[in-house]
Write a protein that binds this ligand. Sequence first.
Ligand code: ZN
Length: 260
Amino acid sequence: MPNREFLEEYPLYRKFKMDLPEVETQLEKPAIHMHCPVCGSEQTFNADSFVFTSGVVLRKCVQKVPYRCASCGEFDRVFLLKFDPEENYVMKVGQEPPWDISLDRDLEKMLGDHADYYKKGLICESQSYGIGAFSYYRRVVEEIIDELLDEIADLMTGGERDRYLEALEQTKKTKITHDKIDLVKDLLPPILRPNEMNPLSVLHDVLSQGLHRESDEHCIELAMTVREALVFLVNQVAASRAAAASFTESMRKLLDRRTK
Ligand SMILES: [Zn+2]
């Protein structure tokens, strides 16, 4: 088997390029970590066996590969995989349970009326329709960018916030999403920049490239990048606000008790 990321995250029909071994028994079968509805949580799944009907030598074929939850031993995730040793790739041609398009609460709330476009993006992505997925995600970013940038201001204080608000004012003068992002991306607070990775810079780079004559295959990578940067920002902003609110509340209680 190729690798964990391929099994956990690749959509159907996206080719995973690899040098396939000549003999099927040399294929690795990595454990994966995905949600188990029986356990109600994220669990390790193992492929204890998968039998190739093609015999020992690996040739062009489609195989059913069941993965079982190591915790309950009851729930199976099944992948249908196509192997092509001539062109050196493997891809999913089926998956059960299917790709999940349900959204978490913070994301659904922030996306509001635009959640539909986001879900359509996920559906396109699940089928490797890269151009479609990218277009839907770009639309979502365009429609929520003002609100998102406004909310980021609430996470800052002092001079940092003043500089950000000044740049934010400038963003209202343009209608072009990547220009807006360009104005504020370098002023992003550290809490939104994990390991010096700046999700706004990532969005800016991808969105300013546009689609031009890119292939579905290339666009699926761009689409996944946009989705991940967007989901990170939305969730992190929501989590930081919630943490700040709860901290303020508990401090207030503590101080009230002291003054009494
Ligand atoms: Zn389980």
